[in-house]
Design a protein around this ligand. Structure first.
Ligand SMILES: Nc1ncnc2c1ncn2[C@@H]1O[C@H](COP(=O)(O)OP(=O)(O)OP(=O)(O)O)[C@@H](O)[C@H]1O
Length: 258
């Protein structure tokens, strides 16, 4: 992957000074209008992503993680609230935000329709799931986006390949220090990949808490501190009302909301 990224250094991918929040999501409510009813996917969700953050959206299925990512990408307009990237209101998709989905066989826009039809057939014979993931990440970073958006990118991979891809993503981040917004419903993956984790309540997604998790990485897996953190996050997500959550969570800092 590194060969594909030659020439892209930390300095030319990192947003320019002054350093402040790169992405601001301000009281964002997102809805889908179906013929039967209006589905509220998120309710007044707010968070900020700083340059070079590995910011994770974590929550149970249906809490609106993917919808939030699509809104940041500019595919869905907020019903209420505002999303700003580098101070500019997000109103449409743009090359400053590249999305990597779980399905890596996305259509490369520079290929003809015929080539696009053939591409997955040829690629699936020659590329493993892990290789497809590497290509997708390298292709996304080669566009030099201000923020890389990843929606459960490794969820379909087998456990070993998934671990390997997390490792490679983190190694790449060490080298390039890109800004990452990463969606997962795996607490373990959130702790490994993220330096900050936003916990969302079940449908419709509201901010439950934000934790600073930069002290954990792949080497922490299986350790007592890692397991305790995972249990506490599970409690925050599913078990306890926020006002009953003890504050001695031993995270670097934690912000709770109702
Ligand atoms: N196109 C759509 N039309 C109507 N409702 C939708 C649509 N897409 C998602 N939803 C609903 O919006 C809510 C949030 O969905 P979303 O896919 O964002 O959740 P998620 O947290 O990413 O879930 P998962 O982890 O299962 O992918 C869910 O209730 C879902 O059923």
């Amino acid at each position: 992957m590194n060969a594909l990224l030659q020439g892209h250094t930390a300095s030319n991918l990192r947003p320019a000074a002054p350093v402040g929040a790169l992405l601001q999501v301000d009281k964002v409510s997102l809805e889908y209008c179906t013929p039967q009813r209006v589905v509220r996917a998120t309710h007044e969700v707010s968070f900020e992503v700083d340059p070079a953050d590995r910011f994770v959206l974590l929550g149970p299925s249906g809490c609106g993680k993917s919808t939030l990512l699509k809104a940041v990408a500019g595919f869905i307009a907020p019903r209420a609230g505002e999303i700003r990237l580098d101070g500019e209101r997000v109103s449409r998709p743009g090359p400053d935000r590249i999305v990597v989905f779980q399905e890596f066989d996305q259509l490369p826009p520079w290929k003809t329709v015929k080539q696009n039809v053939m591409f997955p057939l040829l690629a699936s014979r020659t590329l493993s799931g892990g290789m497809k993931a590497r290509v997708a990440i390298a292709r996304a970073l080669a566009m030099q986006p201000k923020i890389l958006l990843m929606d459960e990118p490794f969820a379909a991979l087998d456990a070993l390949t998934r671990r390997r891809m997390q490792e490679e993503l983190l190694a790449l981040w060490e080298e390039v220090r890109f800004t990452l917004l990463f969606v997962t419903h795996s607490i373990e993956e959130a702790l490994v990949v993220g330096n900050r984790i936003l916990l969302l309540s079940p449908h419709p997604g509201r901010v439950r808490a934000e934790v600073n998790s930069h002290q954990f990485d792949l080497h922490s897996l299986g350790g007592i501190a890692f397991q305790q953190a995972a249990q506490r996050i599970h409690g925050l997500l599913f078990d306890e009302p926020p006002e009953r959550v003890p504050l001695d969570l031993r995270f670097q800092d934690i912000r709770l909301s109702c």
